[in-house]
Design a protein around this ligand. Structure first.
Ligand code: FES
Ligand SMILES: [Fe+2]
Length: 322
């Protein structure tokens, strides 16, 4: 029986030194092997800043947003002192989720299991029927803090207490996005999609420089000036931009509704193709694929950044296991 390749060997298949004209994608096992997914949880998602909500959701005292980051339940909440703090959303009693709504407002964070109460600053305020318990320090049993920072309209958290600041992590993107005035945008609508594919399949899909647009998104393609589509790779981001062939002059609301409808249709098209790709990645017929020099530089940037994170994560894991 064929034994499974070691994680080292699977990581070594990818050559992150190849120039774009010689480069391949990361290999199929990276998208399907659960050991790679676990390594990503430890080295990518547990160490990178992750966006969990918008600041308009946590403007007033007691407003909170909750999310999962690297499989960990977290919550960010605005304190009575105006400070935004984040915590692991895990009760110090028996580990229930203290906040069970995706967002909302509360005066205290109240655990639904046995009724322990935490202040908006995470401190433990009260435990019903806990008299007589010895060697228990209430001050030592607040919610465990997580780092939280804001960029433009968005709330980010990072599980790594030693991580660089959010601004340093975002690097050149901060300056690049400044003229866009993201902070002046207002929330209009949201959609959620469950897609049966590895997260990287969907990221790859966004980073193929519009390559799939004329084939998969004929509606979207009809409004983009595809030939003028540009792709710029920087330190940790890829900027893709395309002029429109026509601009819409409708009333704002109608325009927003149309944008949401077009977005939903494009998502549906992407969802179908990503699930298809995930099936193909498991096929014995597929190992890795080549990249278009004109279109797919962003995908190579993503694959190189990921390879660097995973390889350094594996080195640290090996050192820790020694
Ligand atoms: S688990 Fe929260 S009060 Fe028991
Ligand atoms: Fe797409």
């Amino acid at each position: 029986m064929k034994t499974r390749d070691s994680v080292d060997r699977i990581l070594a298949i990818y050559n992150d030194k190849a120039p774009l004209s010689e480069a391949s994608t990361i290999p199929a096992p990276w998208y399907v092997d659960p050991r790679i997914a676990e390594l990503e949880t430890q080295t990518v998602f547990s160490k990178a800043w992750q966006m969990i909500g918008r600041i308009d959701q946590v403007e007033k005292a007691g407003q909170f947003v909750s999310a999962f980051v690297a499989g960990e339940p977290v919550v960010a909440v605005r304190g009575n002192d105006g400070v935004l703090r984040a915590f692991y959303n895990v009760c110090r009693h028996h580990a229930a989720a203290v906040v069970t709504e995706p967002c909302g407002q509360a005066q205290l964070l109240h655990c639904p299991y046995h009724g322990w109460n935490y202040g908006l600053d995470g401190s433990l305020k009260g435990m019903p029927e806990f008299d007589g318990v010895k060697n228990f320090e209430r001050q030592q049993n607040g919610l465990v803090p997580v780092r939280a920072e804001i960029w433009e309209k968005f709330v980010f958290v990072n599980l790594d207490p030693h991580a660089e600041s959010l601004a340093s992590f975002l690097g050149g993107l901060v300056k690049r996005a400044a003229p866009l005035g993201l902070a002046t945008l207002n929330f209009f609508d949201t959609r959620a999609y469950d897609i049966a594919c590895n997260w990287k399949v969907f990221v790859d899909n966004y980073l193929d420089g519009g390559y799939h647009v004329p084939h998969l998104h004929k509606g979207l393609n009809s409004v983009l000036d595809y030939k003028e589509y540009t792709i710029e790779n920087e330190d940790r981001y890829c900027l893709q931009s395309s002029p429109m062939v026509s601009s819409q002059d409708d009333a704002h609301r109608e325009y927003n509704q149309q944008s949401v409808a077009v977005g939903a249709r494009v998502q549906d098209e992407d969802l179908g193709i990503c699930e298809d790709v995930q099936r193909g990645l498991k096929s014995r017929a597929y190992g890795a694929g080549r990249l278009s020099v004109r279109r797919e530089a962003g995908e190579q940037l993503f694959h190189r950044l990921l390879a660097a994170d995973l390889k350094s994560g594996l080195t640290h894991a090996a050192v820790a296991a020694d």
